[in-house]
Design a protein around this ligand. Structure first.
Ligand SMILES: Nc1ncnc2c1ncn2[C@@H]1O[C@H](COP(=O)(O)OP(=O)(O)O)[C@@H](O)[C@H]1O
Ligand SMILES: [Mg+2]
Length: 332
């Protein structure tokens, strides 16, 4: 079942009431993954991760929304499983754990006429730019960071308490790194909101809700077989609170703010010993964080380098379309 939409664009079934996001099909068709801001649809990049680009569409009707593009799927079944996990993750985190997450929905579109590739757009209410912590990191002071981290730690505690006490056979993972949070100040006080729900991390009776292998899609095909074991290792770390905390700290190296690390470690160790004493988590040392970061940096640099090479092969040699956006220069 297929038809052409108003704009003459090849339409998939839109998982959405009214087709209000038909524009995403035009976006998908005109997307240049090297220069995503130069397509026919005016957008502004809000951020990007290893897999997704996050952007807003600069039209009147659609402002105030953040779109996260995941070009990872090959079939309707696959994308529907992901959407289900994405929705369940939202309900678990908000209703059972008590986190605050901007309102969200999702739309998926075919990326080609053969219908063998699907991009999922996770759509979230946009938080005000001044609330996005990642945009403040270059200049943030230890005094400003401390209360933000306190709020994040309190949220992480809720997640792992849920994991400890839950009777539902559900285990929740979270990517606690600083760029995944928004810090919102209002008259009633300040709170943090969690943004990164497009990678739903939870297990039901030990089984991962999301299809982890999907995330290997962003890897060059010549590497995929090798990365299989690595992917499990990478996913496991989001279920271990100590690893999540180490990752949160190590990210300040990546953000070029190692100066913030000693105070951050002290704050987190205090939290571990006082607020999480029942969990008996080993304190975190600066050496451990530095070592972790070195390993992580090596892997991601290598990975990004190989992806660039793969993109070169695909676009310049094979003249194919490359589906992903690769950050040009990440200083690590
Ligand atoms: N709802 C939102 N409003 C505004 N900016 C956002 C929103 N969600 C994400 N971003 C920006 O995009 C970046 C990456 O988003 P995130 O959800 O963490 O995706 P990823 O899975 O790619 O890490 C964030 O660090 C933030 O800068
Ligand atoms: Mg993220």
């Amino acid at each position: 079942m297929s038809m052409k939409g108003k704009m003459g664009v090849y339409l998939s079934k839109i998982q959405n009431e009214s087709g209000e996001f038909e524009i995403l099909q035009l976006f998908e068709r005109s997307l240049d993954t090297v220069h995503p801001e130069k397509g026919e649809i005016p957008i502004k990049l809000l951020g990007f991760g290893e897999i997704s680009i996050v952007f807003e569409i600069l039209t009147e009707e659609l402002n105030g929304l953040a779109f996260k593009r995941l070009p990872l799927f090959e079939s309707e079944t696959q994308v529907l499983r992901h959407i289900k996990a994405y929705q369940d993750y939202y309900s678990l985190l908000t209703e059972k754990v008590g986190l605050i997450i901007p309102e969200q929905k999702s739309v998926w579109v075919y990326m080609n006429e053969e219908h063998t590739k699907i991009a999922l757009y996770c759509i979230q209410k946009k938080v005000p730019p001044e609330s996005v912590i990642s945009s403040k990191l270059a200049t943030i002071t230890p005094e400003e960071l401390r209360p933000i981290v306190d709020l994040i730690l309190a949220e992480l505690k809720k997640v792992w308490y849920y994991n400890r006490e839950n009777q539902d056979q559900i285990e929740i993972g979270l990517d606690g790194q600083i760029s995944n949070w928004a810090y919102i100040e209002s008259n009633e006080g300040a709170h943090v909101e969690y943004l990164d729900t497009s990678t739903p991390l939870f297990r039901r009776s030990g089984e991962e809700a999301m299809e982890v292998a999907l995330f290997l899609k962003s890897a060059p095909s010549f590497l995929r077989w090798m990365l299989k074991s690595l992917a499990t290792e990478v996913v496991d770390r989001y279920y271990c609170l100590r690893d999540v905390l180490i990752d949160l700290i190590a990210n300040f190296y990546k953000e070029q703010r190692p100066d913030l690390i000693p105070a951050l470690i002290a704050q987190i160790n205090e939290f571990i010993s006082q607020d999480l004493s029942e969990m008996a988590i080993k304190p975190i040392s600066e050496e451990k964080v530095a070592k972790y970061y070195k390993h992580d940096k090596f892997i991601w640099k290598l990975y990004l380098g190989l992806r660039r090479f793969d993109r070169f092969l695909k676009t310049k040699i094979l003249r194919q379309k490359y589906d992903f956006y690769l950050p040009e220069k990440i200083k690590r």
